[in-house]
Write a protein that binds this ligand. Structure first.
Ligand code: ADP
Length: 440
């Protein structure tokens, strides 16, 4: 029998532990399947031959020893057939597992021709088992890295593990493991498993990027506070004017520190998996929500002689967590004030938008945002003009918070903007509870 190769790939395993476990299980299942299949194929053939030849032997009547030998042979063969049936059941069970598993499995022969593949393999590597059967792996999956990996494993005839980058339209990062198999003294095949770790790797890099950003954001105010406190300690507080100025700088920086920490904590809270289920929600009148935000930010607008006008569709309400919805709208209005020149106007409008959404629009006559920034605008710490945004006191997390709040409510946030004309941010929040919407 020719050696066979099995490729196993998990399309959606997020953690390294789960991934490793995935391909270990897959390897074991595939190995079991392969060995069971092989044994069954060989012994079934022998059994059928024996039964056929036994059928041809006439029953030895009148010869007690021959009769009992014949009966014993029949018993033995029946027992063997039952064993074969149990093996067949086991094989079918393993095959069901292989079909159901998110881990993809492809069987190749020693020439690397596809023998079989499960649905997960078809999905992950993008081919059809029926068309691929009998064709070379490198013809079926055009991934030089993977082909090299399998060839090496076959050549070395020992277990190999590694991580590969697969160049599909949406590139994949996969953990690969190749496990050669042997039945008796013959090489029976190789189990190769591929675990998709793309999402996990992306999360890891996002996490480290976030940690680097946080450290960077915290460093400036901490350095300022440290510097001014040390200077105060050295020069003393004899000069009240200088002391006052230094203390004000320290106060500004501590406020900034606490704003960053508050925003990070808010994001962490919004990202907790249980938050969407645990949130208290109720019907909040849209005009009341707008009035509250405008009231809160009235003094900031007045300081820049910015007028805020509001327009709310009467009787409209949103089914939201009041404090989060207020925070989301406040972030948008606060940005409109922050980034608009003095004496301009900000317009806040709310109207019903099908299906079941209240659209809160915040329109400003500020500098506008160039199209290239728009796709990344809602990312954490993304700023259009880094230096300017910092001097204006932003944390860089305001829009990320708005996006999370919208998502948690099953809504969304959008922006249209034109350089030199201004921006229009739209926050869409549901008007009804999700169950009520689904029942309609
Ligand atoms: P920040 O705390 O820096 O304001 P945000 O997440 O709220 O952070 O906003 C991200 C960036 O988007 C800002 O730094 C700014 O460059 C840009 N931005 C947000 N709102 C506006 C607006 N209304 N007009 C112009 N630019 C804006």
């Amino acid at each position: 029998m020719s050696p066979r190769v099995f490729i196993i790939a998990d399309a959606s395993v997020d953690s390294l532990g789960a991934g490793e476990l995935g391909w270990i299980v897959a390897s074991a299942v595939t190995a079991a399947w392969l060995v069971t299949w092989w044994i069954r194929r060989r012994s079934l053939a022998r059994l059928e031959q024996t039964l056929a030849s036994l059928d041809r032997v006439p029953e030895p009547e009148g010869y007690p020893l021959a009769e009992s030998l014949h009966a014993a042979a029949i018993r033995r063969l029946r027992h063997e057939r039952q064993r074969q049936e149990r093996l067949a059941d086991r094989l079918a069970e393993i095959e069901r597992v292989l079909r159901a598993t998110p881990i993809a499995v492809i069987a190749l022969d020693h020439m690397q021709r596809v023998v079989s593949a499960n649905p997960a393999a078809e999905r992950l590597l993008g081919f059809e088992e029926r068309a691929a059967r009998g064709r070379l792996l490198q013809e079926t999956v055009r991934q030089p890295g993977l082909n090299r990996f399998v060839s090496d494993a076959l050549a070395r005839d020992q277990r190999s593990e590694g991580e590969l980058h697969l160049e599909f339209d949406a590139p994949l990062e996969v953990q690969v493991s190749c496990e050669p198999l042997h039945t008796e003294s013959q090489p029976a095949g190789v189990v190769v498993s591929l675990v998709d770790v793309t999402r996990m790797r992306r999360l890891e890099s996002m996490r480290s990027e976030f940690a680097a950003n946080v450290s960077h954001e915290l460093r400036t105010p901490i350095t300022n506070i440290k510097g001014y406190v040390e200077t105060l300690l050295q020069v003393g507080i004899e000069d009240p004017a200088t002391s006052q100025r230094f203390l004000e700088i320290i106060q500004r920086n501590t406020t900034r520190l606490s704003e960053i920490v508050e925003d990070i904590l808010t994001l962490a809270f919004l990202e907790e998996p249980e938050t969407p289920h645990a949130l208290e929600r109720g019907d909040v009148a849209a005009d009341e929500l707008v009035a509250r935000v405008v009231d809160e930010l009235g003094s900031a607008a007045a300081a820049k002689s910015i007028t805020i006008t509001t327009e709310c569709e009467p009787g409209l309400s949103a089914h939201v967590n009041r404090s989060l919805a207020t925070q989301a709208l406040a972030n948008l209005v606060s940005n409109a004030i922050k980034y608009s020149p003095e004496g301009t106007a900000v317009v806040v409008k709310v109207r019903r938008e099908a299906p079941g959404m209240a659209a809160f629009s915040v329109r400003d006559r500020g500098p506008g945002i160039a199209p290239k920034h728009l796709p990344r605008l809602f990312e954490r710490f993304y700023r259009v003009d880094k230096a300017r945004a910092r001097t204006q006191g932003g944390t860089g997390l305001g829009l990320a918070i708005v996006k999370h709040i919208a998502n948690i409510h099953g809504g969304r946030v959008e922006v249209t903007s034109q350089l030199g004309e201004g921006s229009d941010f739209r926050l869409l929040l549901p008007t009804e509870a999700p169950a009520a919407k689904a029942a309609q």
